[in-house]
Write a protein that binds this ligand. Sequence first.
Ligand code: NDP
Length: 706
Amino acid sequence: MTTTPMAPLVPSFVQNSWWTPSDPDGGTSVLDANTGEPLATVNSDGLDLAAVVEYGRTVGQRELGKLSLHERALKLKELAQFLNERREELYEISYRTGATKIDSMVDIDGGIGVLFTFSSKGRRELPNSNVILDGPMEVLSRDGSFAGEHIYTRIPGVAAQINAFNFPVWGMLEKFAPAFIAGVPTIAKPATPTGYVAEAMVRLMVESGILPAGSIQLISGSARTLLDVLDYRDMLSFTGSASTASALKSHKNVIDGGVRFTAETDSLNAAILGPDAVTGTPEFEAFVKAVTTEMTSKAGQKCTAIRRNIVPAALVDDVVKAVGERLDARVVIGDPRAEGVTMGALASLEQLRDVRGAVEEMIAAGGEIAYGTLDAPVVRTMGGEEKTVDAGAFMSPLILTWDDVENQAVHSREAFGPVSSVIGYTDLDDAIHLAAMGAGSLVATVCTNDADTARILTTGIASHHGRVHMLNRETARSSTGHGSPVPHLVHGGPGRAGGGEELGGIRSVKHHMQRTAIQGSPNMLTAVTGVWHTGADRVIAGDPEFGAVAGAIHPFRKSLAELKIGDAYASPLRKVSLEEITAFANETGDTFYAHTDRAAAEANPFFPGIVAHGYLLVSWAAGLFVQPAPGPVLANYGLENLRFITPVPDGDSIRVTLTAKKITPRVTDEYGEVAWDAVINNQDGEIVATYDVLTLVEKEDTTYAN
Ligand code: NDP
């Protein structure tokens, strides 16, 4: 990067409009990674970061707060569909970063995929409200009038996100998606060398018109003082180098000001080859394939790439040879726009210098190049010519080997490019020890077809890693790969990897929320959470002996427009006879002795004698609460948390009480989900069984009205 005013300026998007500095001179010039030609200038001089943050905290919070978790999740799907149609224009821009088509797909399609996944998980796993319950209610008084529980609500500030250069789209969207669902406005700050790709993506996001004002702001250029204007209401998620993470973590606003800080930094990820996975096995082949993929995908500029291959000492030469042969056969270095190129340039000339410098340091420390060269490689140019070029940031893949496998340099010096080391271990304990020398990593692969080896290695290294990927012949074809974080699973790792946690499904939405313990009466807990709590008021229809209100309508006759949490139905008592138990046993074949053999049942410490089947009780309960005529209840789609508590011998009676507990209208359908709290009691009021009945109920009653 050099200073030049020539190239077009990459704008920021702040306070709902595009912004460039008033002084057109200055800024940092960004070059095409393949040709070295100036592409763009990035300059944030004069940008009022305090105003950007304030806009997020006010307008962004307000506009996002008008929507529920489900409504925001649905918007992510609409956005993903919009962006999906426009990927080609992003690929064109992405080539300039040195990314091949496949690299760009990992970044762009991968980023859009994160939006789809979070949209669907958000609507399936979260309530359609803005309060998320965390765990069950804890009763804190003898009479049940005082209780407590935990809730999540969104943080009141902004989600500031400082991203790395290697995945300008995925890196931004994987942070944006969970923040957006949580209802927290994003301020994205991409890395300067590839920020123009992030800007192109934000431009499309804005053009879509799908996002509420303040959902996303973009800072193109440096944001060195961003932390100065953040406080305890905000969070900062960082991806990049360990040294920047350390500088940010030590900022007074993190230490004293309470800014929530999470980091995902470079780490020395390992792949361990099991002793069983010798040459010729499917595991050896899968391992070699994984290593070459991780070295060459994105030219090795992945925080998850395999830096250390820890293999049985006797297999070091075999692994180096096999990986080298595969690299020879598969890798064509060059301009990603040229036909047949499989590995592009590094993202910038600075990056090339850094990687070469790191390799030189590793060699000085004892590493030896076993494959590849530090000389400029022959590359395929855009015109299809094969030659060495001065301008682009191209580099040959390199394999290093080490005589001393404990050499600190192999475990701590990261060359953030197509560079990987192969080191030998003596036994599984040694392999675990070597993997742990990375001092905390994002991911490790354990490659073995031996279940014991997989267990020993995985449990041995798990606490040093954020993710462990087990590879064998069963997963060789289906695995999403060592280096690909998936939105469903945690991305991040301890120690050197930054100590942060991203993704991991709904966990990452909760990272943008505060967990608060709340205490009060069941009525107040119900009012705050929108979920009916045992002990709270209800309007009961049905049996007056159980407190039913005269004239109250059975809740199964109510559409979502009429149904309220706390609407309940109490059935009359129903007597249980031995004949019915015997008939159920014979009909179903469930002739377990507790239902058929009085002497054996009486000898069982849990039963007073012959007892009704639990499933018979649940079936009777359905018969007791059903409203058979067509109505707004469309279907019963399951039971949750079923527990049988008190046995029911013949001669006892049961009743069921059903209370509308949680109502979740679906944003995309004409119906919603209702969870009913179901309790079966006996004639003495003892609890026989508890469970939740899950139903689908129309928003407006169409069937019953006919
Ligand atoms: P940096 O840590 O220098 O930069 C990462 C991001 O932080 C960029 O957006 C950068 O902005 C920003 N930044 C840097 N300093 C500050 C600061 N003081 N205040 C606020 N923001 C700041 O990493 P690089 O991109 O230069 O990459 C260097 C190394 O980091 C790589 O060689 C690799 O080892 C590692 N890395 C790790 C990644 C991961 O995913 N964990 C990804 C990429 C790199 P700007 O660009 O404007 O300076």
